[in-house]
Ligand binder design. Structure first.
Ligand code: SF4
Length: 808
């Protein structure tokens, strides 16, 4: 630093450019010298702002509206329009140049700021920027003056990389080392932890908490994630047709102005105040802006911080821990997947991903060979993924890879006791021993943790009461009967593992398109109609589909057209009348609970003066209904729909209950018996239960029993129904008994849930396994003994032999 200060003092009115923390240090050092210095200071971001400029939100709003694209894509295009030139053109770059021309009036660029860079030396300090905009700004500076590139001296030094099998062990070791340093009197501010991969954070925080060491993780969530912001956005929808200037204050009145987040929210809202748009024109853009805006963070002193120390000046007193020194974790590898690809970048004279990776490597080496003492470590197991050591280790001249040794002293007794508990689990269950087990056991011989049990031990009614959502539904009941503990995790503790987001998107998209299709009347051009529905859905969800999603959307469009034509044909062969679509029900139950449900389609027909009701639910993928499982509370969807009809006061007789598959999840295999069209017809047939009366069946499907039938599984022989068909037929009496069983199962679940009964009790039959796709095995630790093997009934025989319904 001394040398840098000397350089600055020798220069005539220099402009110094660097990162914010480093500039602060330079300014502090200069003031400590008590010398008057004529110099200016700019951060990398300031330079971009001065020389490249930034578009106002109006540019994004205009571009998104004009091209019918999301705000996110509009932002990407605008950003990239600032770095292209006419040196090379293709359709994409031509479009970006056109955008720059068209929206140039929205570009904020202060011509006076450019003067700042003229006729004076520019000193770039520790610059390892890979931003395209900064690179472009540097080119502009080079046309105005000379740039002095100042790098701090660093010296190659031997490096030791500690090796761990699991990242949690790496964190345990970090806690021990930090404990030792603090014990030796080192100030917490001198202990630095280089930014870690995201999956390290939960355990890192837990470990430091248990060790009672304060840690600032530097985490910050976007404004959009705050409840108060969500409340504001919901309120704002009421004023959709009003101008933003009038609507914002009204919506703000619904939230607390005292809340710190409100002032950050107002900062974002001010960006839209000058545009005289109504709320509905800017609502989606506002959501995008809130997703990329962050509240101001509290800055703490005298605390260990996780941060990116690569652009900072560290002294010989600093100790920096670099965890996760694995390939692509640290340093991160940039790929050729940006909006402008490498071949275009080369032609435009921009940094390619390869060049950026070179810069990142140099930056990492500067950190390792800088003055601070660095501790490097890596682990091979990252949440089940095996990730190798970073290839950057090959560039280190004098490097050794060693297994870490635990010291004798513990700086985190609770953490060690938990670790000993886990090792004891392994020992008791699998007789597995390790040196850690012996040394920890020797340290904590009196640990009361001796036996392994993962059983759910209960929750008090007082603790449960505020957590309990008093709303049941078919999916909630089904989940409870699949496994009580699964219900507890998701619906009481609110733990939600993210499911396959692709599948979720496709499922939502398909359901939305199907709903629009079923509700529409007199469609002239089916394909055009669906394309409009799809475009609107993508826009509403601010979604730019990936190439893979686009492919599936195209495929599903084809399936929807086929399905619509199938439904039109179906109308020709039945007397069913639509009673309601997507109908919502809410039934009051005991203890303040309600039962909620939505039925995709309700149909009716009349026979001999009585109304018969049919319920239908559309399914993507597989659809199976087996009423033999209702005695265990499973497969109750169809009878629960009738339960909802009954308890909402509708008078009816059982007319049929079905699931209907709408999206095949695999390509049909070749079947010589059927054409491709016929395979689709067979796939769309309704799966479920029908009345056991021929006159009623004819109302549902004139073709019942033959090849053209829309009902799955019902076949006719010369002597009547085929024996296999009987399992799909129900009499009114049996149907009423089923409704009684379902009501009992709902009551039973409600009583158990209210009393906090959430046992680990997954169910197993030859065809069914509760745990098959459950993402919580790492939380429940279930083993084979937890399974309840169910007796498998046929032909609803349990209705006659209720004593045989025991689980084993
Ligand atoms: S894995 Fe099985 S036992 Fe564990 S929560 Fe899921 S369903 Fe229940």
């Amino acid at each position: 630093m001394e040398k840098l200060i000397q350089t600055i003092l020798e220069l005539d009115n220099p402009l110094i450019i660097s990162g914010r923390p480093l500039l602060n240090k330079i300014i502090k050092s200069l003031s400590e010298k008590r010398k008057l210095v004529k110099a200016s200071f700019r951060t990398f971001q300031d330079v971009i702002h001065d020389l490249i400029g930034a578009y106002t939100v109006d540019a994004r709003l205009e571009l998104a509206r004009a091209e019918g694209i999301s705000s996110e894509l509009a932002a990407i295009k605008l950003e990239n329009s600032l770095i292209v030139s006419s040196a090379y053109q293709n359709a994409k770059i031509h479009d970006l140049l056109r955008i720059r021309n068209k929206y140039g009036s929205y570009l904020k660029l202060n011509p006076l700021a450019q003067k700042l860079y003229e006729n004076r030396p520019v000193l770039l300090v520790a610059e390892f920027e890979v931003s395209d905009h900064f690179f472009k700004a540097l080119e502009i500076i080079k046309t105005k003056t000379n740039i002095i590139n100042y790098r701090f001296e660093n010296k190659e030094k031997p490096q030791t990389i500690l090796e761990f099998s699991h990242y949690k062990e790496e964190i345990d070791y970090l806690v021990q080392e930090v404990g030792k340093l603090l014990d030796s009197g080192l100030s917490p501010e001198k202990i630095k932890i280089q930014s870690v991969p995201e999956h390290y954070l939960p355990y890192l925080k837990e470990a430091f908490l248990l060790a009672d060491i304060a840690l600032d993780t530097n985490e910050n969530s976007s404004l959009f994630t705050y409840e108060i912001v969500q409340k504001f956005l919901t309120e704002l929808k009421i004023y959709f047709e009003e101008e933003a200037e009038l609507a914002f204050p009204k919506a703000l009145a619904s939230i607390s102005m005292e809340d710190e987040i409100t002032s950050d929210l107002v900062r974002v809202l001010n960006l839209y105040m000058s545009s005289s748009r109504v709320v509905k024109e800017l609502y989606q853009d506002l959501i995008y802006q809130l997703k990329i805006s962050f509240p101001k963070r509290n800055l703490y002193t005298n605390i260990i911080q996780i941060s990116d120390y690569q652009n900072e000046y560290l002294t010989s007193e600093d100790v920096v821990f670099i965890l996760g020194f694995n390939q692509d974790l640290f340093p991160k590898t940039l790929r050729d997947d940006q909006f402008l690809l490498d071949y275009e970048r080369e032609k435009l004279g921009l940094l390619t991903s390869r060049e950026k990776n070179q810069i990142v490597k140099k930056q990492t080496l500067a950190l390792l060979y800088g003055k601070a003492k660095s501790h490097l470590s890596y682990a091979s197991d990252h949440q089940g993924l095996q990730i190798p050591l970073s290839s950057l280790s090959n560039l280190l001249q004098d490097v050794s890879i060693e297994k870490a040794e635990r010291g004798g002293v513990s700086y985190a007794p609770e953490l060690d006791q938990i670790r000993l508990g886990k090792l004891l689990d392994l020992y008791y269950r699998y007789s597995e021993t390790s040196s850690d087990l012996f040394s920890l056991y020797a340290t904590w011989p009196d640990l009361s943790y001796r036996s392994y049990s993962h059983k759910f031990t209960g929750i008090s009614v007082d603790d449960l009461s505020p957590l309990l959502k008093r709303r049941l539904s078919y999916t909630a009941i089904d989940q409870y009967y699949r496994c009580g503990f699964l219900y507890y995790l998701e619906r009481v503790l609110n733990i939600k593992r993210s499911q396959n987001s692709d599948a979720l998107f496709v499922g939502n998209f398909f359901h939305n398109a199907l709903e629009a299709l079923l509700k529409a009347e007199g469609i002239d051009n089916l394909e055009e109609f669906l394309k409009t529905v799809i475009t609107d859905f993508l826009k509403e969800n601010d979604k730019v589909p990936t190439a893979k999603e686009k492919f599936f959307i195209g495929k599903y469009l084809e399936v929807l057209i086929r399905f619509y034509n199938y439904l039109e044909e179906e109308k020709e062969s039945s007397e069913l009348k639509t009673y309601a679509l997507e109908k919502h029900f809410s039934i009051p139950l005991k203890n303040g609970f309600t039962f909620e449900g939505k039925i995709d389609k309700i149909l009716t027909y009349n026979y001999q003066g009585e109304d018969y009701f049919v319920v239908l639910d559309y399914k993507s993928g597989n659809a199976e209904v087996d009423l033999n499982m209702i005695i265990y509370g499973l497969s109750m969807q169809i009878p629960i729909y009738f339960y909802l009809l009954k308890h909402s006061g509708i008078k009816f007789k059982f007319g049929g209950g079905y699931l209907q598959k709408v999206i095949p999840n695999t390509v049909f295999g070749r079947d010589l018996k059927y054409t491709y069209e016929e395979q689709f017809r067979r796939y769309f047939r309704k799966v479920g239960y029908s009345p056991d009366n021929i006159a009623l069946l004819e109302k549902i499907d004139l073709n019942y029993g033959n090849q053209m039938s829309t009902l799955h599984g019902i076949r006719i022989t010369k002597s009547g129904f085929h024996a296999n068909s009987l399992k799909y037929l129900l009499s009114e009496e049996v149907f009423q008994e089923i409704l009684t069983v379902v009501a009992e199962k709902i009551e039973e679940a409600l009583a158990n849930i209210s009393q906090g009964e959430f046992p680990i009790n997954p169910k197993l039959t030859n065809k069914f396994d509760s745990c098959m796709y459950c993402p919580y095995r790492d939380l429940c630790f279930r083993d084979e003994r937890d399974y309840l093997r169910l007796n498998e009934f046929k032909n609803l025989e349990f209705l006659r032999r209720k004593d045989d319904t025991k689980e084993t």
